[in-house]
Ligand binder design. Structure first.
Ligand SMILES: Nc1nc2c(ncn2[C@@H]2O[C@H](COP(=O)(O)OP(=O)(O)OP(=O)(O)O)[C@@H](O)[C@H]2O)c(=O)[nH]1
Ligand SMILES: [Mg+2]
Length: 332
């Protein structure tokens, strides 16, 4: 899990001032005070919205102000309440006080909302100050100031797609090619030591998180290599992409590499082996006829993989669309 962050300043609307007014009518020269109260200032409300998926808009517009309440008016009319300012944030946004770091709200569910700063109360008009001893009060209230504070927003992102493969299979290269992430890439095993997320953006505002993890080797469940603890980072993903090197430079064949990973995810348990898994053959640019080799491998392994290349871009769009389809089975 990693975070998108934003720092925002929010200010609710000030309450409108009360009105000073006396009733004057033809046959009622001293009709008494009739100044209405001011309206309440607008609140700033954050609401979790499923169509939002980034805090970027807030990073770019970090000052949010709600409207002031209207002034009170004569004839005992109350001022209009200031319009509330609704801010849509992605589901999963945690709102914290910037100074103290204390969490105010975790907007975990769609449509959930919270008033982060309250609008000021409208001031009393002079009609409120009328008493038996003061029939002509010349006093009104200003209305109180709207609350203000600085907030820190954090968006929890849970990886949607997890990558699996032996060291050097090309996992980090793939993430760096399809997202803005810049993981370390090198031609030696165990380049990646920690899980590393990348945000993949597709046309039509579609977006998902792809998690790059360290390579697995045979016996990882027994602690070989870097072990298999980091598999818990892909345990909650909805789909796995299994990369198999078409041009392995060690003694293990492509077929054996596939079996090694399968064995390790079975040993890890946690339902990992039953998750939807897309098989791809990486580094297609390094061999002569990758399509033919893919068919051969599919027949031998009983899967429906296809070749990809992070260098030439072969089938990368297809892979991302396949990931998306697995993430959105209802087809929206
Ligand atoms: N020709 C070619 N080389 C690739 C491709 N993808 C990755 N490589 C190379 O393969 C090597 C390993 O790539 P990485 O992306 O670091 O592999 P990894 O799976 O992340 O490896 P670990 O982090 O060690 O588990 C690097 O030298 C890459 O340049 C590809 O599509 N074509
Ligand atoms: Mg890597």
């Amino acid at each position: 899990m990693f975070r998108d962050e934003a720092k925002v300043f929010v200010k609710a609307g000030d309450g409108g001032s009360g009105c000073m007014s006396f009733r004057h009518e033809k046959y009622l020269p001293k009709g008494g005070p009739d100044g209405g109260d001011g309206g309440r200032g607008g609140h700033v409300i954050f609401v979790a919205d499923e169509s939002e998926n980034t805090l970027l808009t807030l990073v770019r517009n970090p000052h949010i102000r709600a409207k002031k309440g209207g002034y009170g008016m004569g004839n005992n009319r109350t001022g209009k309440n200031g319009e509330d300012h609704l801010v849509k944030v992605p589901v999963g946004t945690i709102i914290k006080d910037f100074e103290t770091g204390v969490a105010l709200k975790d907007l975990a569910d769609p449509e959930q909302e919270v008033i982060v700063v309250k609008g000021g109360r409208g001031g009393y008009g002079n009609a409120r100050f009328k008493s038996s001893t003061n029939q002509t009060p010349r006093r009104v209230d200003m209305g109180s100031a709207g609350e203000e504070r600085t907030l820190k927003l954090e968006l929890k992102l849970i990886a949607d797609v997890g990558l699996l493969g032996l060291p050097n299979a090309g996992k980090s290269t793939l993430v760096s090619r399809v997202s803005a992430a810049t993981p370390k890439i090198a031609d030696y095993p165990f380049t990646t030591l920690d899980p590393h997320p990348g945000i993949v953006e597709l046309s039509g505002w579609r977006r998902f998180v792809m998690m790059d993890i360290p390579g697995l080797i045979e016996g990882a469940h027994l602690g070989q290599g870097l072990g298999d603890k980091f598999l818990r980072h892909v345990e909650r993903t909805r789909v796995l992409v299994h990369l198999i090197d078409l041009a392995p430079d060690g003694p293990t064949t492509t077929e054996e590499q596939y079996e090694v990973i399968l064995g390790e995810i079975r040993s890890f348990g946690g339902g990992l082996a039953d998750k939807p898994r897309i098989v791809v053959y990486s580094k297609a640019d390094l061999i002569q006829d990758p399509e033919e080799r893919a068919e051969e491998l599919n027949a031998a392994l009983g899967v429906t993989g296809y070749p990809i290349s992070a260098i030439t871009g072969l089938n990368l769009d297809r892979l991302l669309e396949d990931c998306w389809r697995c993430l959105k089975p209802e087809g929206d």
